[in-house]
Design a protein around this ligand. Structure first.
Ligand SMILES: [Zn+2]
Length: 826
């Protein structure tokens, strides 16, 4: 019986391996001699899964362009037969599932090609898969390897398809050749031009959201994010550079070094150059290395020389030819080496993983947040994506660190959202919510501040004692009924959800007003910015009442049906301070000269969040268009010197004088600095001017450290707000702004300074160099300059940055629909 079974099994495995093909056999070309299309990569993984009993392959979602997102689970046949137990035992080990388990199988997750044009890694994914199940089966006895062959298929195909179109045959190694110079925006980002390697924590993109679901099901012990850097760099692998976030455990640090040393053995044998411990740090939580690290894994970035410039082969500045074949070989080597060392330490990885999830040492036990219910709902939606638990306080006063005061304080906690650290993901809670991340070194690769309470604009206390809470959210459902006898409907203006309501009303042809005064009707008070939808404006709509209430209900907006248009104060529906909102025709610039990331956030914001149409116009076409077709033109962050030559600038000014509204975001603001009529001046401090006159006496080896004084690496500043200006409706008198650079402008002389830093700048979180901070004294953050009948709106800090600073977005909506609404066209 047993012999028969063995014979059968033997026969079975021979037939199977006879059918299994290597990537090169399957695709018909040697790996590294072509860029494979995503569909072909998926076909290869399907082929392997169909012909190996060590691989299962599944789809976990779809991209915006409908490409499949996939992952393979690779392990021994025995483990795969038992895979659900392995998976759940791992979750039990760390308290994410109830029950006891002491697992010894380790889980390694390899993520490839998050940046689409760092395209060697998906090729390496195929090679790694094949090698694992043919030559390296032994490692799979105690290891489960999860392979996501392409995190960003839309970006990768954008790159691969472009390259395949323009490449010479044979490939040309000259750096000037067209195949080495990608057109804007390049293949790095996803469809909406987001950098998916900055999106793990904020999960604004469909790829991240769907990936987090399976990530949470598996919770790997090791996670590798494969990347590429400039063509002249050697290979980079762990250990990472400082700063490390303080939640990172000694074991996580130590095992990074062990992994790095294992890779080094292979690289030394082949004579391949590499570097470690420099440049790529572990602080900002939204990367493919830090996010898994803060979820207990050994999270790492590996960087191969290559990137969108490299093609199939390119001559580097050092004079050798870097080929795709080499790049694939390096990434395959580190991938395999990672699995090897994980397999050698499988039991230890499990015990150390468990330890990471003990959060009893964390200083703050609970974060208690209060504010607009829509903002709370947006935040709980985010927490759900990370499977972070929360509850709501039933009452009592909490004391602790008060975020808006930036000192100790109290808050009435009744109904407040409570997020505590006594849960498996307590360390991630700390990272996301803590007032200020401890920084061991200001030279970091990314922003140093992201504190959720400020990003969501919520009153928050961090408490060192546990605040009790229950799972029940205070319910506030808005179900309105048509009120045909009313003079009209009034709705509050506080959140992005209110803005979404307005956007749909406008598109449905409903005429909407907003009030520039605080108003009261039939005893009900409404603040500036509230929407007033009058019956008299909408007489053309037979179904006015049902339509408005339906849209309001769909957006969960509470309407007040006012029996009269006669105000309790001096302001009636017909007041000149109750202004019609124009159905704005919006143009957004894109293309050369603009930041693709900034354009992408605008595109995504209007299309996916506000759901209001925009017309995207390429900067190359901009000089030819008829500006009068648009009411609003938005300039994403960018460098517009070349686009806005003298004649284009003159046209733009004429359009503004006629009533056009120009909105400049972030660095786009500098386009107008010192330009006639734009009321905008640089705010360089006296010391800075003196400094430049003195000449450079900084020692050569101090140059990097010295430059830090001018840096602001994403830091949160307190900004004073003029809440009476339409740009600030829905905000109070203070706003916490994420500053990413040291650009500083003087107060507008004749325009409106709506958000500004008065006196010395106050940073509440993140790193700012001393000089940069001093330069922000008395500076403009948000403002409106008038020109003729039109306006220029300066948003010096990018209110849409990576789309995660939720509390900034309403400024943009206000700028588009409310500011200077006198000049509208109908
Ligand atoms: Zn990258």
């Amino acid at each position: 019986m047993t012999r028969l079974l063995t014979l059968l099994l033997l026969f079975f495995s021979i037939t199977i391996s006879a059918q299994l093909q290597s990537p090169s056999e399957f695709l018909g070309y040697e790996i590294g001699t072509q860029f494979s299309r995503h569909a072909d990569v998926v076909r290869y993984f399907e082929h392997v899964a169909a012909n190996s009993n060590m691989v299962t392959y599944q789809t976990y979602g779809k991209t915006n362009e409908r490409r499949p997102l996939t992952y393979a689970v690779v392990s021994s046949m025995q483990n795969l037969a038992n895979i659900e137990t392995i998976r759940t035992d791992n979750l039990k080990n760390i308290g994410m599932l109830s029950g006891n388990a002491s697992p010894t199988t380790t889980i390694v997750w390899l993520s490839y090609n998050v940046h689409g044009n760092e395209a060697s890694s998906t090729e390496a994914a195929m090679q790694t898969l094949y090698t694992l199940i043919t030559e390296k089966k032994d490692w799979l006895q105690n290891t489960v390897v999860i392979i996501d062959p392409c995190v960003n298929p839309d970006g990768r195909d954008r790159y691969a398809n472009w390259y395949n179109q323009v490449k010479a045959t044979p490939y040309n190694t000259a750096q000037d050749a067209t195949e080495h110079n990608e057109p804007w925006p390049g293949g790095r980002p996803n469809h909406y031009l987001f950098d998916l390697n900055r999106d793990w924590a904020w999960a604004t993109q469909v790829e991240s959201r769907q990936r987090l679901k399976i990530y949470n099901q598996w919770m790997p012990h090791v996670h590798v994010d494969f990347h590429e850097q400039g063509i002249n760099e050697p290979y980079y692998f762990a250990p990472a550079a400082e700063p490390y976030h303080e939640v990172i455990s000694p074991w996580q640090r130590d095992f990074q070094t062990q992994i790095g040393k294992n890779h080094a053995r292979y690289f030394d044998k082949e004579g391949w150059l590499f570097f470690t411990r420099e440049r790529f740090d572990l602080l900002y939580p939204s990367y493919g290395d830090t996010y898994p690290t803060f979820m207990g894994a050994i999270g790492m970035t590996y960087e191969q020389a290559g990137h969108g410039m490299a093609g199939l082969g390119i001559e580097t500045d050092e004079g050798y030819v870097l080929t795709l074949v080499d790049r694939v070989a390096h990434h395959t080597t580190t991938g395999l080496s990672t699995v090897e060392i994980a397999s050698q330490n499988a039991a230890k990885l499990n015990t150390e993983f468990k330890k990471f999830f003990n959060n009893s040492d964390l200083l703050y036990k609970s974060y208690v947040l209060k504010g607009n219910p829509d903002k709370i709902k947006s935040l709980t939606d985010l927490l759900d994506k990370h499977e972070i638990q929360y509850g709501f306080a039933s009452g009592g006063t909490v004391s602790g660190f008060n975020y808006s005061k930036n000192e100790k304080g109290n808050m009435d906690a009744n109904g407040a959202l409570v997020v505590s650290t006594n849960q498996p993901k307590g360390k991630m809670v700390k990272v996301l919510f803590e007032p200020d991340a401890k920084l061991s070194d200001p030279l970091t690769y990314d922003i140093t501040a992201w504190s959720i309470p400020h990003a969501y604009g919520l009153e928050t206390i961090a408490s060192t004692t546990l605040v009790s809470s229950t799972g029940n959210a205070p319910t506030a459902s808005a179900l309105n009924s048509p009120a045909p006898g009313s003079a009209g409907y009034i709705a509050k203006w506080n959140s992005l959800q209110d803005a979404g309501f307005l956007a749909e009303l406008l598109q449905e042809g409903i005429r909407v007003r907003f009030t520039e005064k605080d108003v009261s009707f039939a005893g009900n008070k409404f603040d500036k910015g509230s929407l007033i939808i009058t019956r008299s404006d909408n007489r053309m709509h037979q179904d006015f009442d049902t339509k408005v209430t339906q849209i309001a209900n769909a957006h969960q907006r509470a309407l007040f049906a006012s029996p009269t248009s006669f105000g309790d104060t001096n302001t009636d529906f017909g007041s000149p301070d109750v202004k019609l909102v124009n159905k704005q025709r919006i143009a957004v610039l894109k293309g050369n000269g603009t930041s693709s990331l900034s354009y992408g956030t605008l595109w995504h914001f209007f299309e996916q969040q506000l759901k209001y149409p925009i017309t995207s116009i390429d900067t190359e076409d901009f000089p030819r268009i008829d500006l009068r077709k648009y009411d609003v033109i938005i300039l994403p962050e960018g460098w517009y010197g070349r686009v806005f030559n003298e004649s284009v600038m003159d046209d733009l000014k004429d359009w503004i004088r006629d009533g056009g509204k120009l909105i400049a975001m972030g660095r786009a603001v500098s386009t107008f600095e010192g330009k006639d009529g734009f009321d905008l001046k640089n705010n360089a401090s006296e010391e800075e001017k003196e400094e430049t006159e003195k000449g450079n006496l900084i020692p050569y080896d101090q140059r990097e450290r010295e430059s830090v004084k001018d840096f602001i690496t994403g830091s949160i500043y307190r900004v004073t707000v003029d809440g009476s200006h339409p740009l600030a409706y829905g905000y109070g008198d203070t706003y916490f702004s994420l500053k990413q650079g040291n650009e500083s402008y003087q107060f507008l002389e004749s325009g409106y300074n709506v958000g500004y830093i008065k006196g010395d700048a106050v940073s509440v979180s993140g790193f700012s160099g001393a000089d940069a901070k001093a330069g922000l004294k008395n500076s403009l953050v948000f403002g409106e300059a008038r020109m003729g009948r039109g306006s220029i709106i300066y948003l010096v800090d990018d209110v849409l940055f990576r789309s995660f600073w939720e509390n900034g977005k309403l400024f943009l909506v206000n700028a588009v629909f409310f500011v200077n609404n006198n000049a509208f066209t109908l």
